[in-house]
Design a protein around this ligand. Structure first.
Ligand SMILES: Cc1ncc(COP(=O)(O)O)c(C=O)c1O
Length: 392
């Protein structure tokens, strides 16, 4: 008796794999996980204190649907600092995580049959979210040799009368690649005069792992592009606050107003306590992020050089975020014909949880998260290498 709409929606594969690894661990099996989508660092103490204070102060009731003004102002300031763009609180809404901001957005902009261009590999939730809003995901494949970035001539081929939006996720989950300003300019040249929204999912924009990598948002390239870009960001990844569920949507006022109406009939405001915590996060000291990045740089360096020692594996070196997306397709055989089977094999044989590339719309690859300690990364990679040797 389920609605048609939900029947085609798969559960989030990343959450499923993590759950399976946890169950194995609970039954006493020594499972390691490189499947995490969140940093292993604790939420900083000053952020927790702000939440505790909010509770003590009785800040535990409904807030305005679109979030408290102080937080919306802090988000505007954050965007001004990070993007060098000016927005007003009326152009900002606080949602229950970046995921919720994106979900809302598709509900607000899509009519049945509207197409959304999603470069693959993509973050797992984009296609189901588009489908839940009645839209049609147009998956556009990208190449490892291009750093998994969309080429302008490929974009052109997929634009049509039904195209309503395109998603750009830089830095990318699952590849850790970042679009250069020049690459964005080339895409922008094609998009600027089309009646298309550009959704810029920037939740990893602060986590840059290479000295020469500069992050640019397409919204900053011209006032015309700013008008057609809908920015999604969150405190989840940058401040290690995934459980607090605070994200933001920034864009033209009519979109924000419509999103507020939708939110008023669905979740209402995000948690009042988490909003106070997010406010502290944005306004407080930011130095700890540099420490985290230092640790992530060490991990990515280790992981990248280890992968080179596994025969037949290639890997685009992650520039940002906390994921690597190596190509294991040379190991495919009738016994292990795809990335899902490979992930199952690694969980059973090596007792290491990884996410299969197909979950991100790209066969032949697996996603390895390095949002975990160096010790866990070392042991997991050794186990993976041993398991792969058995397949040769
Ligand atoms: C690319 C991308 N966008 C958005 C999100 C959503 O983040 P959250 O809802 O935790 O803020 C994630 C989380 O994994 C992500 O990887």
């Amino acid at each position: 008796m389920l609605a048609e709409r939900i029947k085609t929606i798969p559960p989030s594969p990343t959450l499923t794999i993590n759950a399976k690894a946890k169950t194995m661990r609970a039954s006493g099996i020594d499972v390691f996980s490189l499947a995490a989508g969140e940093l292993d660092f604790d939420t900083p103490q000053y952020i927790k204190e702000a939440a505790i204070q909010a509770v003590k102060d009785g800040f535990t009731k409904y807030t305005p649907v679109d979030g408290i003004l102080e937080l919306k102002e802090a988000v505007c300031k954050f965007i001004e600092t990070e993007y060098k763009l000016n927005y007003s609180p009326q152009e900002t809404i606080i949602c229950c995580g970046g995921k919720h901001a994106l979900y809302n957005l598709f509900q607000v902009i899509l009519n049945p049959g509207d197409e959304v261009i999603i470069p693959a590999p993509y973050w797992v939730s984009y296609p189901p979210m588009v489908m839940l809003a009645g839209g049609k995901p147009i998956i556009v494949d990208t190449e490892e040799k291009d750093g998994f970035k969309l080429r302008p001539e490929v974009l052109k081929k997929h634009l049509g009368p039904w195209t309503k939006a395109i998603i750009l996720n830089s830095p990318s989950n699952p590849t850790g690649s970042v679009y250069t300003k020049k690459e964005l300019e080339a895409l922008a040249e094609i998009l600027v005069d089309k009646p298309i929204w550009i959704i810029s999912d920037d939740v990893y924009h602060k986590i840059l792992l290479k000295e020469n990598i500069k992050w640019t948002s397409i919204a900053t390239l011209s006032p015309e592009l700013k008008k057609k870009t809908l920015i999604v960001n969150a405190v989840s990844k940058t401040y290690s606050m995934t459980g607090w569920r605070i994200g933001f949507l920034i864009g033209p006022q009519d979109i924000i107003k419509a999103t507020t109406r939708l939110q008023s009939q669905s979740t209402s405001n995000p948690s009042s306590i988490a909003q106070k915590a997010a406010l502290a996060a944005l306004n407080g000291p930011q130095e700890f992020i540099l420490q985290w990045i230092k640790a992530l740089k060490e991990r990515v360096k280790y992981l990248s050089s280890f992968l080179k020692t596994i025969p037949g594996v290639t890997c685009f070196e992650p520039e940002a975020a906390f994921y690597a997306f190596p190509n294991f397709s040379s190991y495919f055989s009738p016994k292990i014909p795809n990335s899902l089977k490979l992930a199952e094999y690694l969980l059973e044989e090596a007792k290491v949880a990884v996410v299969p590339g197909i979950a991100f719309g790209k066969e032949g690859f697996i996603r390895l998260s390095f949002a975990t300690s160096l010790e866990v990364i070392e042991e997991s990679l050794n186990r993976i290498k041993t398991a792969m040797e058995k397949l040769r």
